[in-house]
Design a protein around this ligand. Structure first.
Ligand code: HEM
Length: 192
């Protein structure tokens, strides 16, 4: 719904002086935010002990891929005007496009194996494959850094959140988080 609303704003020239670029930027940010939210679900489950977070993880991952696809499509439509031949000069001039493409292509096997059936079929290989999402996050951050260059405020925020999420995957941190719900219950009981 949100991307459709943005598209409508862009088509009615209500997205500022450069609506096409604004739409591409918003969709790119949307893809990155969804990816970060998707990666927050496991630490949140460990921290709270509530398994409901995991139901959202797949949806958020799919939304990230969806925003990424719309972002690339908006780039082709609004910034490239569907002139595919221009890609031959665009990619050497703006190599970050190649990095963005790598992220999008990297999402394909993750989306294709995101179902419970694929998880069961792949067993431990599923976990190894889906760990690749951290590489995709690093590449997406590199892609954004290349675009924003000196205007680092928002990029630094996303990078800090990404680094924090990666830190929470480290076994000592992950096991501390896992113990958190029990510790909290004991603490609350003592308080009462
Ligand atoms: C084929 C794939 C992709 C292409 C062709 C592409 C292209 C672009 C382009 C041209 C820009 C700069 C637009 C401008 O001039 O301001 C951009 C920015 C950006 N892209 Fe991508 N991108 C791709 C994939 C992705 C993916 C998968 C993500 C995230 C997961 C992403 C996240 C971003 C972000 C966060 C920005 C910066 C937006 C801003 O400045 O506010 N991109 N991308």
């Amino acid at each position: 719904m949100v991307p459709l609303y943005w598209l409508w704003l862009a088509l009615t020239a209500s997205l500022g002086p450069d609506p096409g670029k604004e739409l591409v930027d918003r969709l790119g940010q949307g893809a990155l935010v969804m990816l970060l939210l998707c990666l927050s679900m496991t630490p949140l489950r460990r921290l709270t002990g509530w398994s409901g977070w995991m139901a959202c993880r797949r949806q958020l991952g799919l939304w990230s891929a969806c925003y990424g696809t719309l972002h690339a499509t908006a780039y082709l439509a609004f910034l490239l005007g569907w002139e595919f031949a221009r890609l031959a000069t665009e990619i050497p001039e703006r190599p970050y496009i190649f990095v963005g493409l790598a992220v999008l292509l990297g999402m394909v096997p993750l989306v294709a194996t995101s179902t419970q059936a694929a998880r069961r079929r792949l067993g431990s290989r599923w976990v190894r494959l889906h760990r690749g999402v951290y590489l995709l996050l690093a590449l997406a951050l590199l892609h954004m850094l290349w675009v924003v260059r000196s205007d680092l405020g928002l990029w630094a925020l996303y990078a800090a959140v990404g680094a924090g999420l990666l830190l929470m995957r480290l076994p000592p941190v992950a096991s501390t988080l896992q113990r958190a719900p029990g510790l909290m219950t004991r603490f609350l009981k003592k308080g009462c």
